[in-house]
Structure formats: C-alpha cells, structure tokens
Design a protein around this ligand. Structure first.
Ligand code: ZN
Length: 111
C-alpha cells in the first residue's frame, strides 16, 4: 500500500485522528533496533492490529504526535500479550522486534 492509502485507512480506523490510536512505546527495544521507538496502534474492522511508526506518520502527515494525547500508552509487552495469538501466526523472525515486523512495507521503519 502506498502512503496515501495507508494514511486514509489509518485515519478511517481512528475516526480521523491519531489521538484515538494507542501509543505503543518500545523504549527499550530488546532487539537493538535503535530506530524502534513510538508506534501508533489501531485495529482494522476484523480486529487485526494496524500499526504505523510515529516518525513515518509524522513524515507523511506533517503532524506532530504527542503520546500523552493518545487514547492510551502501552508497552511493547502489553501489545504482545494482547495480540499474542495473532502474532504467533504473523511474526516470523524471533530475533527482531515484533512491532517492526508488522509495520506496513511502505513504513520506512519496517526492517
Ligand atoms: Zn521495538
């Protein structure tokens, strides 16, 4: 998917604002991905996680994301326990951060 499609999908799932997304904070990314940090999480109509990295989102929108204005701030661990079943089928590289692995391909934080 291209940037505009991703953005359209993301905004339709978050009722038009990143403030309705959850902020997933991977502060101490355990996989030495120094470029891993903040991510915006929503789900699609089927409940599948849909994540964009904050730097990517800011780049394509020109907006600034304030994590304290998001619907919630959760840790990577909380995200992984919430979606553990889905992740076990969709994350293939055990040595890389699960969040980075499920970013859309166009997101430049996708490894
Ligand atoms: Zn990470």
């Amino acid at each position: 998917m291209q940037n505009q499609n991703l953005l359209y999908q993301f905004l339709s799932l978050t009722c038009g604002s990143w403030r309705n997304a959850f902020y997933v904070d991977c502060i101490d990314c355990p996989y030495e991905n120094s470029h891993c940090g903040g991510h915006l999480l929503t789900t699609d109509a089927e409940g599948v996680p849909f994540i964009l990295s904050v730097p990517y989102f800011e780049e394509i929108t020109g907006d600034k994301v304030d994590k304290f204005e998001c619907a919630a701030i959760i840790t990577k661990e909380a995200f992984e326990s919430l979606f553990h079943r889905w992740l076990s089928w969709n994350v293939t590289k055990p040595k890389e951060c699960s969040i980075l692995q499920i970013l859309p391909e166009a997101d430049n934080h996708n490894p």
